[in-house]
Each structure stands twice: as structure tokens, then as C-alpha cells.
Design a protein around this ligand. Structure first.
Ligand code: NAP
Length: 459
């Protein structure tokens, strides 16, 4: 299967794909190997994961370059992603030693209760192309730390980052059958196999809500544990009392990181009427200065969209918004850096019912809507079936507490434009997903509670 560079269409490399029979065999081997892996002491598993972390950091530059070549993001962002990916391995190397159970005061004389945490078993995962390194480690590191085996299908657009991480894992001492990457150009086949395979105990998915729903249905047939990190429609609210310069800084990151191809990307900017014009003026000044170029070029800030289909979606959503009455403050067209590059764009006067405000834009297009009151901002922000990330800027401490409480989202960033970190639970509510990744909670997704009652202990 050829892997294409979205910046210029060049073939970066070709990778081997796996058939249904081969993946079935790999799952069975993983299941056979997981018992020995679970029997390794937590301290030893921790040391092996730590060795994997060290190797990722040692190969930071090569991994970043692979990431940029296959997914297009600027090299500076790819380096940050390597660090982010490595942080999950480091964190879970530490958590591996802390999968504590509990003892519960007994309900009767002569009986005792213990609760242990056991690995879920053999897990399967499907990951997207937009964070091709971090999405692999955010799932595999807690799974391995918990004593599970895991088989992962990366996006067909970005298998190289995943394979490079797998090679480093083997070098670190993780048994080959316990962590397997299986590239495929037949995602529906792999998804169905993972979800219906009797040996797979858990499926973890990051991707669109539509595919997440399909996998949930399929996984129901064998009652698997599921974790779903799905789409978002993040509001980015700027209140009239905000520090407008700080809000512009945050908006640049929340909107334009990875050319807007992020599940937590600011999809709807809601700006209070009294600071609207000032915010737009300062924001456009920054957006118009962004350097659009091949991610390998020095100083590149906006790379290409991942595919021609993704480019067309961004183009048509923007054209539709303009035809529905939005105004163009900047950009609004193809960029001459290459076929899949779109000029960073700012739209104002976006109405809440326009398609661009209802769907994930997944491109470098900021859509701005003005509002009058806090109640209106909250109503607009919560009026979506998604509930992943949300952002707001204010200097009023009472409003911080109120708005944080009222936003129906799994994650709320106040006066910040970036919230991903390995130490906090990442995930969404409503149709944005089930479960959390990162933090100690991310480890629980790969552990089962076992309640043990011991009787006959005498008085
Ligand atoms: P996608 O189409 O759902 O693809 C994600 C993964 O699912 C890819 O590996 C894809 O394989 C695979 N897939 C596609 N069709 C499938 C099927 N019928 N059965 C099983 N697997 C299938 O999503 P995308 O457009 O690539 O990624 C962007 C989406 O991911 C956005 O909605 C974004 O918000 C979401 N996302 C969420 C998070 C989060 O943490 N919540 C993080 C990042 C991205 P192929 O690529 O090989 O077709």
C-alpha cells in the first residue's frame, strides 16, 4: 500500500498490508502472549515501557520527519507531537506500578473482601491520521502497563509513524506479539473483525462519530469493553471582559494547530458584541501572517489537508457559508503551495444554523458568530450533539465558575487554547465518545475489577 505525502503527492514509502486471515492469526498470537506479559512484575513492565519512552525521545527527529512526511503537519508541530506521544509512555510506565486494588470492611464475621485490578485481556484499536504518533501511544501505553496485549490498525494514510513506534517498542523489549501494528487498506474489514472477534475483549477507537457508532453496534455482538474518542464541535467563547490579546493567542492554537485538523479544534468562535470588532481585527492580522508551506520547509505553520476529499470538504463548507450569508474577513480560497493547501480563512457573521457551525470543519477556517449575553453564549455553545472540548476567555472569577459548570463538555479550557496533556483525562460526552484517555483514569479503561470474597476465616 503506497503512503502519500499530502504536501505534494509523492510516495513516501510502501507498506505491507494484512489480510483478514493474517489479522485473525495475529490476534490469536497476541492472546497467547498476553498471559506471560501480565505475569511479568509491574516493576519490570514499567522498566520496559520506560526504555520505550527513552528510545522515542532518542529518535525524536526521525519520528517527527516521518510524521510530517505522511500527515503533512509542520515539522515544529510534529516534534511537539513526538513529545506528546512519548509523554503517555512515560506516564504509564509510572502508572504500571500503581494499579492498586482495595480491601473492603467485611459485611460478616469470618469473611473478607478483596478487590483486585486485572488486565482486560487482548485489546484492539483503530486510530486516525491527524495525530499518528500520539493516538498510538495514548492507547497502547496504558494497555501494556495494565498487562494487556494490543493490536492496532492505524489509518491507511499514516501507517509509518505507527510502524516506527512498533519497531522502537520491540527494541525496548516489548514482546512482538503483545503489541502489533496491522496496516490495511480495508478499514471496514478490520473494524468488523476486531469488533466481532471472540478473543478480543476490548475495542478502543479514535475517529469520526459516524464510524464510532458503527463500531459500537458491531461490538455489541460480543459485549466488548469500548472506548470511543469521537468527533467534536468545540465552542471558543470570548467574553467582553476577556484579555483580547490572550484570546487571540489561544484562538491561533485552538484553531490552526495541524491546519485545523484536530478533534478539539475551535469549530465555532463565539465573540461578545462589545469586543467583536477588536477581536476580529487582531485575529485577522495574525491569521494573514501565517506561513503556508510544505511542513518540512523552515518556518512552515500551515501544512496541507490530508486528502483531496478533505480539501474539497473544507472548500465546499466555506463556499456554502458564504452563499448562506457569512462574510469573508480573510482568505477563502485554495493556496498555491500545492493541490491540498487551503488559505487560512476567517469568516464572520456565521449563523448558528449554517452547515459550517453544525459540522466539524477540520480545516484552517475560523467561523465567528457574535453574541450579546452570557446566557446566549451558553445556549449557542451547548446546542450541538457533540461534547468534547470547549474554551472560554474571561477575567470574571464568578463567570469562570458558572460557565465551566454549565458547559456540557468533557473538557473545558479557561483562558487557555491548548488542553492536551498526559496527566489529565481526555475525552468527551454526548456523541463525542465514551471513556477517557490519559491520566490514571486512562489506565482503568484497560483494567477489570475482580471482587473476591474469602469465607471460612473463623472469628
Ligand atoms: P474516520 O474516517 O472515522 O477514521 C478513523 C479511523 O477509522 C481510521 O483508521 C480509518 O481507517 C478507520 N475507519 C474508517 N472506516 C472504518 C470502518 N468502516 N470500520 C472501521 N474502521 C474504519 O476519521 P478521520 O476522518 O480519519 O479522522 C478524523 C475524525 O477523528 C474527526 O471526527 C475527529 O474529531 C476524530 N478524532 C477524535 C479524537 C478524540 O480524541 N476524540 C482525536 C483525533 C481525531 P482508514 O483511515 O484507513 O480509512
Amino acid at each position: 500500500m503506497p503512503v502519500l505525502n499530502p504536501a505534494n503527492g509523492d510516495v513516501v514509502a510502501s507498506v505491507r498490508t494484512y489480510s483478514e486471515t493474517e489479522i485473525d492469526e495475529i490476534i490469536r498470537k497476541a492472546d497467547a502472549a498476553r498471559h506471560d506479559w501480565a505475569a511479568v512484575t509491574a516493576k519490570e513492565r514499567s522498566a520496559i515501557l520506560r526504555a520505550w519512552f527513552d528510545l522515542i525521545i532518542l529518535h525524536r527527529e526521525e519520528l517527527a520527519e516521518i510524521c510530517t512526511r505522511e500527515c503533512g503537519k509542520p515539522l515544529a508541530e510534529a516534534r511537539t507531537e513526538v513529545d506528546y506521544a512519548a509523554s503517555f509512555v512515560e506516564w504509564y510506565s509510572e502508572e504500571a506500578k500503581r494499579a492498586y486494588g482495595e480491601t473492603i470492611p467485611s459485611f460478616a464475621v469470618g469473611k473478607s473482601i478483596v478487590v483486585t485490578k486485572e488486565p482486560v485481556g487482548t485489546c484492539a484499536a483503530i486510530t486516525p491520521w491527524n495525530f499518528p504518533l500520539a493516538m498510538i501511544t495514548r492507547k497502547s501505553a496504558p494497555a501494556l502497563a495494565a498487562g494487556c496485549a494490543i493490536v492496532i490498525k492505524p489509518s491507511e494514510a499514516t501507517p509509518l509513524s505507527a510502524l516506527a513506534l512498533e519497531a522502537l517498542a520491540v527494541k525496548a523489549g516489548i514482546p512482538t506479539d503483545v503489541l502489533r501494528i496491522v496496516p490495511s487498506d480495508d478499514a471496514p474489514m478490520v473494524g468488523k473483525l476486531f469488533c466481532t472477534h471472540p478473543t478480543v475483549r476490548k475495542i478502543s477507537f479514535t475517529g469520526s462519530t459516524a464510524i464510532g457508532k458503527l463500531l459500537l453496534e458491531q461490538a455489541g455482538s460480543t459485549v466488548k469493553r469500548v472506548s470511543m474518542e469521537l468527533g467534536g464541535n468545540a465552542p471558543f467563547i470570548v467574553f467582553g471582559d476577556a484579555d483580547v490579546d490572550a484570546a487571540v493567542d489561544g484562538a491561533m492554537i485552538a484553531k490552526f494547530r495541524n491546519a485545523g485538523q484536530s478533534c478539539i479544534g475551535a469549530n465555532r468562535m463565539l465573540v461578545q458584541r462589545d469586543v467583536h470588532d477588536l477581536f476580529v481585527e487582531k485575529f485577522v492580522a495574525r491569521v494573514s501572517a501565517l506561513k503556508v508551506a510544505n511542513g518540512l520547509e523552515e518556518g512552515a505553520q500551515i501544512g496541507p489537508l490530508i486528502t483531496d476529499t478533505a480539501f474539497k470538504k473544507v472548500e465546499s463548507l466555506t463556499d456554502l457559508a458564504l452563499s448562506q450569508g457569512a462574510s469573508l474577513a480573510w482568505g477563502g480560497s485554495h493556496h498555491n503551495a500545492g493541490a491540498q493547501f487551503y488559505t487560512p480563512t476567517v469568516l464572520t457573521g456565521v449563523a448558528p444554523d449554517m452547515d459550517i457551525a453544525r459540522q466539524e470543519i477540520f480545516g484552517p477556517v475560523a467561523s465567528i458568530t457574535s453574541f450579546q449575553s452570557e446566557d446566549e453564549a451558553l445556549r449557542l455553545a451547548n446546542d450541538t450533539r457533540y461534547g468534547l472540548a470547549s474554551y472560554f476567555y474571561t477575567r470574571d472569577i464568578g463567570r469562570v465558575a458558572r460557565v465551566m459548570r454549565e458547559l456540557e463538555y468533557g473538557m473545558v479550557a479557561v483562558n487557555e487554547g491548548l488542553l492536551g496533556t498526559e496527566v489529565a483525562p481526555f475525552g468527551g460526552i454526548k456523541e463525542s465518545g465514551l471513556g477517557r484517555e490519559g491520566s490514571r483514569h486512562g489506565m482503568d479503561e484497560y483494567l477489570e475489577l475482580k471482587y473476591g470474597l474469602i469465607g471460612g476465616l473463623g472469628t
